[in-house]
Design a protein around this ligand. Structure first.
Ligand SMILES: NC(=O)c1ccc[n+]([C@@H]2O[C@H](COP(=O)([O-])OP(=O)(O)OC[C@H]3O[C@@H](n4cnc5c(N)ncnc54)[C@H](O)[C@@H]3O)[C@@H](O)[C@H]2O)c1
Length: 263
């Protein structure tokens, strides 16, 4: 298949999605990478959701059910990628969770802190650690991590924002150390997006009707509307393509101007 990712082997971790009316970031990234010619390994703790993603992909798409919290998850992913795709050119770490018990330190529970840091940050380190040797073997590779504007903006979700700030540092340290090995590493920082994780998730957590939440979030964005998962996926596609071959260590906001407003 021809396309901007023709011949590339991509692993998308967090390739399923939360239930809802719109497309999630992981599903959109997988769909668009597939349309652009990449062969895919779709990883998610919810195998059924990853299989739904595979069903809308245009080409080769394998599914691995794995939870990044498991100690051997990174190794299992690298092994499956070697066996099914013959290597890894692109790793997308899209997994990210919030928790209703996240908040300022007087409200934040130990369990919420451990869960969020474990999934969003430790899981990423584990996947990077296991996949990097496979990329180094071919002398080239790319990691894209889906971070969040919460990494650089004031947030009441302490654990979530700390996990994403940590992820950004992991990305930049990896970029620096892997540059000589031909491996690039970048992060995307989505702002206010219209995805199931954000809309259906928050509407439930905060007890706000869906339409009111959408209007509130749209008003907060300088461009006057939220982004979609396709906006995140297009940024990932650019970073994954050869057009971005000299770009590494970048934290790219995809946010309709929200980060400029914060600054
Ligand atoms: N949607 C937004 O508004 C928004 C804004 C900023 C950042 N982000 C970031 O974007 C990323 C995800 O967006 P999305 O729309 O695809 O979310 P999503 O919830 O729809 O998809 C995430 C997928 O990750 C999977 N997952 C969760 N924990 C896992 C684990 N322990 N092991 C394996 N898989 C696991 C889920 O099953 C789900 O299929 C996250 O990193 C999130 O922090 C989203």
């Amino acid at each position: 298949m021809s396309g901007r990712l023709s011949g590339k082997r991509a692993v998308v971790v967090g390739a399923g999605q939360s239930p809802g009316d719109t497309e999630g970031n992981g599903r959109a990234i997988s769909r668009i990478f597939s349309e652009q010619g990449a062969a895919l390994l779709l990883v998610d703790r919810k195998g059924e959701s990853a299989r739904e993603t595979a069903s809308i992909c245009a080409g080769e798409a394998h599914v691995l059910e794995a939870d990044v919290v498991d100690l051997d998850a990174g190794d299992a992913i690298a092994r499956a990628a070697n066996e099914l795709l013959g290597g890894i050119d692109i790793l997308v770490y899209n997994v990210g969770v919030g928790d209703r018990y996240d908040g300022p330190s007087d409200r934040l529970t130990e369990e919420a802190w451990d869960r969020i840091l474990g999934v969003n940050l430790t899981g990423a380190r584990r996947c990077f650690g296991a996949c990097l040797p496979v990329m180094r073997q071919s002398g080239a590779g790319l990691i894209v991590a889906i971070s969040s504007l919460a990494a650089i903006a004031p947030s009441t979700m302490f654990a979530y924002s700390v996990s994403k700030a940590g992820l950004d540092r992991l990305v930049q340290s990896t970029a620096y150390h892997e540059a000589a090995n031909g491996v690039r590493c970048n992060a995307i920082l989505p702002g206010l997006m219209q995805t199931p994780m954000a809309i259906e998730g928050q509407s439930l957590r905060r007890g706000i009707p869906r339409d009111d939440l959408i209007a509130e979030r749209a008003k907060a964005v300088p461009m006057g509307h939220m982004g979609t998962a396709v906006d995140t996926a297009m940024a990932a596609l650019f970073l994954a393509s050869d057009e971005a071959r000299f770009i590494t260590g970048v934290l790219l906001p995809v946010d309709g101007g929200s980060s400029v407003k914060i600054a």
